[in-house]
Design a protein around this ligand. Structure first.
Ligand code: BDR
Ligand code: CA
Length: 314
């Protein structure tokens, strides 16, 4: 099985994504690190522990990372979508964690796991990229141990937090720019354009709930999340953004990717936190711009939506 580390801010869709990896036989989940994001760090950390407890995976080490962005404060959280506790106000329904977090914090855990790994590891960041930016800046030697970074974030033709910015990137644009543009590590970006195409409906959730106690517990976290997505989708469904990215981390190739030049907007204009994916036809790129090869990422643009839904259902 390939080896995976998840960096996360649970988050309803994060809870689904963590469970998918924790229960998968195709992947060895080495560790989970937490970051501020949807809700403050103390909540995201507790939620990560609870979700792993639910999955019977208290053996997976958890460590807490950044409580705030690298430079500028996060302007808003997402408690209105994920609930003030991060799990629709229903986190207390999950089992209490029977163990504590690792001492020393997320960066120490990441460095230790990567140094010890026999083969390169996949990292799946599904929250703001602050921990990953700190890791790469302070411990560049671990880059050789990273197979690829498969992240949920950004948008090609849409935003969700502003007209053009997606929440994870917008929460710490400077960190995102470091990871996606400056560090030259192989990245697969799973943007909103694709995650919205993979929205699941009430029937899918009912099947999940009927599948067993873990599915039922995950489904029980969704009522408020459903209500918030009903407004944006216009029908009864939810978008499990982070599970789409973690599916690709578990099963490489389940998403179809295209390689494009990328920039991240860090100025304080209306585009702050946007990903600029250069999907122009190759002949139109680069003309009139400065010399030098641009940074590129693989952007997940498409998938077999029904097949992915079945995969996540397990
Ligand atoms: C991303 O933002 C968070 O609210 C979700 O958990 C996901 O990681 C979607 O924009
Ligand atoms: Ca998330």
């Amino acid at each position: 099985a390939s080896q995976l580390i998840i960096d996360t801010d649970p988050g309803v869709d994060d809870a689904f994504a963590i469970s998918l990896a924790a229960l998968s036989e195709d992947v060895d989940l080495l560790g989970v690190t937490t970051v501020f994001g949807n809700v403050p760090l103390e909540h995201t950390t507790r939620n990560a522990l609870r979700v792993l407890q639910l999955c019977g995976r208290a053996d997976v080490p958890v460590a807490a990372g950044a409580a705030r962005p690298l430079i500028h404060p996060q302007a808003a959280r997402a408690g209105h979508i994920h609930g003030e506790d991060g799990l629709s106000g229903r986190s207390a329904a999950l089992p209490e964690p029977e163990r504590d977090i690792e001492p020393g914090g997320a960066i120490k855990l990441l460095v230790g796991l990567l140094e010890e790994a026999g083969e390169p590891v996949t990292i799946a960041p599904i929250g703001p990229l602050t921990n990953i930016a700190l890791l790469l800046a302070a411990h560049p030697h671990v880059k050789a141990k990273i197979d690829r970074i498969v992240l949920m974030g950004g948008g090609v033709n849409r935003g969700n937090t502003t007209a053009t910015a997606e929440f994870n990137i917008w929460s710490d644009p400077e960190a995102a720019r470091r990871v996606l543009v400056e560090e030259n590590v192989p990245c697969v970006m799973v943007p909103l354009d694709l995650t919205y195409k993979c929205a699941v409906d009430a029937e899918w959730l009912a099947k999940l709930a009927a599948g067993g106690p873990i599915g039922a517990a995950l489904n029980a976290l969704t009522p408020d999340y459903l209500a918030s997505y009903r407004r944006s989708l216009g029908w009864d469904g939810i978008v499990l953004h982070d599970a789409v990215a973690v599916a690709e981390a578990i099963r490489p190739g389940i998403l179809r990717t295209e390689t494009y030049p990328i920039e991240v907007e860090t100025s304080f204009g209306p585009g702050r936190g946007s990903t600029l994916v250069d999907s122009r036809l190759p002949g139109l790129r680069g003309e009139g711009e400065g010399a030098g090869a641009p940074s590129t990422v693989q952007v997940a643009m498409d998938t077999d939506v029904d097949g992915l839904g079945e995969f996540v259902l397990g």
